[in-house]
Design a protein around this ligand. Structure first.
Ligand SMILES: Cc1cc2nc3c(=O)[nH]c(=O)nc-3n(C[C@H](O)[C@H](O)[C@H](O)COP(=O)(O)OP(=O)(O)OC[C@H]3O[C@@H](n4cnc5c(N)ncnc54)[C@H](O)[C@@H]3O)c2cc1C
Length: 264
């Protein structure tokens, strides 16, 4: 983990608005999962890791975090000193473990309030609030073969699945098809292995073609599917999710076995 260089003088005004919150709800010990997910918890930033020029991973200690299933997300809340609040959803990038920590990977959205604060102001020791985990629909408990298709920061919840698969040394088939503008913008590039097919839309290493994800990328994965078939998980912008799910259906993936998470 490395710390970001101080950027206080160049930080835009909106992100600077969010000083670490001074008051928090104190979570009680609640056994029922739906209630647990409705509790706001204090998350203390403990590490910052740059993934690409635009995407950074933020590691948090979250006392009382109830655990999550790969693919789930949380709601994150920043509160400014004047009481102004901004809330955004973020997928959980880390695999479930008992470290008491979770990781989020944020793209730096131009002019974005929350991602801008994280990328230009946040420092280890800062505190935010989180509520979750949320969404059982996009969760992958590791109980069926998974075909993961993502673009840009849409790879974040899919990486939690890949990490979980590796951490448990699972034999269950899992494949990842990921699209990025260039190799430099491919989040988690160093972590990918034989399970991953990469697609580059603007520039690619020599010998690799440049262009959108096509039937030619999807068809081989559907042709070699396990006997019980794939459960497909698609994540990215609205347009990418639409495009990728059409490709999957055209290649024979049953529509009821495609789960979609849209970041747009
Ligand atoms: C379920 C879910 C999970 C998500 N997980 C992640 C994640 O793991 N990592 C991640 O980086 N983001 C994720 N997002 C997106 C995230 O919630 C925010 O929308 C994003 O960080 C922008 O917030 P902001 O406050 O920085 O920008 P805002 O202040 O909300 O927006 C600033 C400007 O950017 C535009 N904009 C907003 N979002 C985007 C975007 N994603 N791409 C391009 N332009 C945008 C807005 O229209 C506006 O013009 C997720 C969204 C959902 C719904």
């Amino acid at each position: 983990m490395t710390q970001t260089a101080p950027m206080a003088q160049t930080a835009p005004a909106a992100p600077e608005r969010f000083a670490p919150p001074t008051r928090f709800a104190v979570p009680g010990r609640i056994g029922v999962s739906e209630q647990t997910a409705s509790v706001w918890r204090t998350a203390t930033l403990t590490g910052i890791r740059h993934e690409t020029p635009r995407a950074t991973t933020f590691r948090f200690a979250v006392p009382g975090w109830p655990g999550h299933v790969p693919g789930q997300h949380l709601l994150l809340r920043l509160t400014a000193e004047d009481g102004y609040v901004a809330q955004r959803h973020y997928s959980i990038a880390s695999a479930p473990d008992d470290s008491g920590h979770i990781e989020l990977t944020l793209d730096h959205v131009e002019g974005g309030e929350v991602s801008g604060w994280f990328h230009t102001v946040a420092r280890p020791g800062d505190r935010v609030e989180v509520r979750g985990p949320l969404s059982g629909f996009f969760a992958w408990p590791g109980d069926r073969p998974a075909l993961l298709v993502g673009a840009g920061s849409g790879v974040v919840p899919l990486m939690s699945m890949v990490r979980h698969h590796r951490a448990r040394d699972m034999r269950l088939p899992l494949r990842l098809l990921v699209s990025a503008r260039s190799p430099e913008e491919l989040i988690y590039a160093r972590e990918f292995g034989a399970e991953t097919t990469r697609v580059f839309t603007r520039s690619a290493p020599e010998g690799v073609s440049v262009g959108r994800m096509t039937a030619a990328h999807v068809a081989p994965l559907l042709a070699k599917q396990p006997p019980s078939g794939w459960e497909a998980y698609v994540c990215g912008s609205n347009s990418f999710a639409e495009h990728a799910s059409r490709l999957l259906v055209a290649a024979g993936q049953p529509v009821e076995r495609i789960r979609i998470e849209r970041f747009g």
